[in-house]
Design a protein around this ligand. Structure first.
Ligand SMILES: [Zn+2]
Length: 97
């Protein structure tokens, strides 16, 4: 279960970065200073990168100890976007076994 918490931590960091990203976009100074624009690009890339790493991490590390199949990826790819996390949290046995 610790992997879920790692994912939550990554997601939280992602939300914080996203907030900083949106905050910098909404800043009126952002259009006046080229340095700010660069910061937004970097923040956007970090945001996308952390998000992608979080999902890849989650889908790759959650495996069934019995059949070794990739349960995390299975849930992510078969459940609706709004339900997969709830399904993953409430999963008490392997969907393959
Ligand atoms: Zn299994």
């Amino acid at each position: 279960m610790w992997k879920i918490f790692v994912f939550l931590a990554v997601t939280l960091i992602n939300v914080l970065i996203c907030g900083a990203f949106l905050g910098s976009i909404n800043s009126p100074e952002s259009y006046a200073h080229p340095a700010w624009y660069l910061d937004q690009v970097v923040l956007g890339m970090v945001f996308a990168g952390v998000g992608a790493v979080g999902f890849v991490f989650l889908s790759m590390v959650i495996r069934c100890p019995v059949c070794r199949k990739n349960v995390g990826w299975h849930v992510l790819s078969t459940e609706d976007a709004s339900k997969w996390f709830k399904t993953l949290i409430s999963l008490d046995r392997c969907p393959f076994c």
